[in-house]
Each structure stands twice: as structure tokens, then as C-alpha cells.
Design a protein around this ligand. Sequence first.
Ligand code: NAP
Ligand code: ZN
Length: 369
Amino acid sequence: MSEAARQTAKETTSGKPKTFAADAFAAGSPTSGLAPLSIPRREPRAQDVQIEILFCGVCHSDLHQVRNEWKEVMPTVYPVVPGHEIVGRVTKVGSAVTKFKAGDIAAVGCMVDSDRVCPACKAGEEQYCESGLTLTYNGEDKILGGVTYGGYSTGIVVDESYVLRVPAGLDLAGTAPLLCAGITTYSPLRHWNVGKGHKVGVVGLGGLGHMGVKFAHAFGAHTVLLTTSPNKAADAKRLGAEEVVNSRNSEEMQKHAGSFDFILDTASADHDLNAYLQLLKLDGTMTLVGAPEKPAPVSAFTLIMKRRRLTGSAIGGIRETQEMLDFCGKHGITSDIELIPIQKANDAYERLLKSDVKYRFVIDMASLK
Ligand code: NAP
Ligand code: ZN
């Protein structure tokens, strides 16, 4: 039988690939918490890579979506299996796969497909795909139907074009958060050319923020943490911050008014943007990556008086994600993590809400077997 015929034989009469069962943790409603669930995964098609998940990071976006806090923009479809910071081992590849073979270490981030033809995709910015981005979870599963299921699971099957290579030598559990927290902070810092001679603020020392501090420092910027948790000061300095400002102390904040070139705002909860915008100097830029539930008012005058810019940024494209992983491989950068069994995921969410994370929870997927 030819390879093409073998592939076709794997498909059911409906044209959909056959499926196999994988173990996962899912939430059945905004208030149910996470509990075990068996989910279908497709048998690999010619271009697919099957991955046994070893580690999956816990992003605050998982919590937002499990609790349907983004219902206005992307309502959660239940049951939801979160997880988009995935590192694992390749167990099987389709006949057309060229980048991976069984046994390789591979990684998957926040997206598993896009339309590949729009200007954004052609520019390697698939995260801004104009018609067809498929999110790793709570996205439309265009192959099996229904929704996609994320990385709180024993395995996943992904088109190789959306699978990343992990540089040798990196700790695998500490690498998982790079797939979202890493690229989401790396990409805007690169886009706005942050580097030597710049004073850069990072709002919040959580999963994203601590990677923002590491990257801003690695790019040569004078890095300042703006935190609601002054007890994180020593850690922030160890991670690469030159200064730490208590953002709840208006006198401390005022000392830095009009002095920042760039601020990366990673805060997950509602906060006053104007308090941070007024820290920017003439033509300074603040980029929001944190995505609190409610919209925040912006004072026009705060922007007008110093021609300040307020911008946003979503994760990063596949090419840039690989560039970021390779940068981390070269510079020995990983996330500072607390490894947890999956049974502690609900507790981890409660701790995220108290800013009690050092600085990313990562699930050891062996705990799900
Ligand atoms: P996290 O680990 O929970 O960290 C969030 C941090 O925000 C906290 O540790 C805290 O740091 C700070 N914070 C909390 N409440 C605050 C407040 N009221 N004012 C100022 N700072 C506050 O969350 P994460 O996983 O890093 O995610 C952060 C946000 O980014 C979430 O909203 C998430 O959904 C979003 N996100 C966006 C993208 C994207 O593509 N744009 C990608 C991933 C995640 P301190 O204790 O230091 O104050
Ligand atoms: Zn995330």
C-alpha cells in the first residue's frame, strides 16, 4: 500500500481522522474546578506530530478561560482542557513530517494552526491571522470538529508547522513556560527595540513578568520592576532588575514620573493604567500583554502631553518563538518554576490570584498517568 493510501485508510468514512483516547484535566463549568476527563486526540495525519506531554505550564490565561472571564471576547466552551505551555517527547510522526522523528523533544505554544495565506501569516505573525487562527485550547477544532483541547493532558497531536524545537541543554520543565510567558514578553521587547540605554519597566512579577525582567536585562536595558508585592524585591534583583518600585506607594512612583522609555504591563488584575502611563517620557511606549477581565479607562491628557503610546501585543509568531527558544538555549535562560502534580492545579489557580507564584507553576504530567 502506498503511504498516501495508508494515510487515507486511517481516516473514517466522514473524512475525519480516527481518534484515540488521552487522559486530561478539564473544567466542566466556570465554577467546577478541574477534574479528570478522557478526551479524543486524532491519529496523526501525514503532516502531524504526536507528542507525549512531559510538562505543561500554568498560565493566568488558563485561569481566565476556565472561569470564563474573557466571555465578551472569547467565551469558553466547556468542558475546557487548558494548557498552552507544552514540552514533550515525540512518539509518532506522519509520513510527510520532516522536522521531527520519534524520540525528539518538542514544544507547542498557544496556537496549533492558522490560515497560512493572509498577510499576517505570510509575515510569520500567525498570532494575528486574519481568518483562521486555531488556539491550542478553546479554539475551533477544524479537523475533528468541536473545540481544541490543551496541554493538561498526557498527549497532543499537532501539525509540524506549529511545533517548536527545544535547544539541547535546557531544563525541560523550566522550558515549558517559554512557550507562552517567554514569547509574550520577548516579542514586544524585540518589536519596540528595547536594549542598551533604555529604562524599561515591567509591571508585575508573575509568570510573564519574571520572563520580561530576564529578557529586558538580557537585552541590556536598565530594568525596573513595578510591583504590588514589595517582598519580591530581592528575587527581582536576582532575576535581573536594577531597581524595584512599590506601585502601591504613590511617592515612590512619582520619583520615576516621565522617565521610562518603555513599560511592559503584565498585570492580570484590574489596575489604573494612567498611574503607569505617567511614568513614560516623551514618545515613550507602554505595551499591554496582561489581559484583565474589565476594560480600563485611559486619560487622554496623560497620552497627549508627552505623545505617549499605549499598545498591545499577543504572544508571537512561530518563527519568533523558535528564535526566542534558540536565544534561551544560547543564554541558558529558563523560567523559575514550582513543579506541581496535576492534582494541585486548582490550588495553583487560587495562589495565582494571591500573586503567590515563584514564578510559574509547571505540571509534571507523570502525575496524570
Ligand atoms: P501571574 O503569574 O498570575 O502574574 C500576574 C502578576 O500581576 C502578579 O503576580 C502580580 O505581580 C501582578 N498583579 C496582580 N494584580 C495586580 C494589580 N492589581 N496591579 C498591578 N499588578 C498586579 O499571571 P501571568 O500568567 O503572568 O499572566 C499575566 C496576564 O497576561 C494575564 O492576564 C494573562 O491572561 C495575560 N497573558 C497575555 C498574553 C498575551 O498574548 N498578551 C499571553 C499570556 C498571558 P506583583 O505581585 O509583582 O504585583
Ligand atoms: Zn499563556
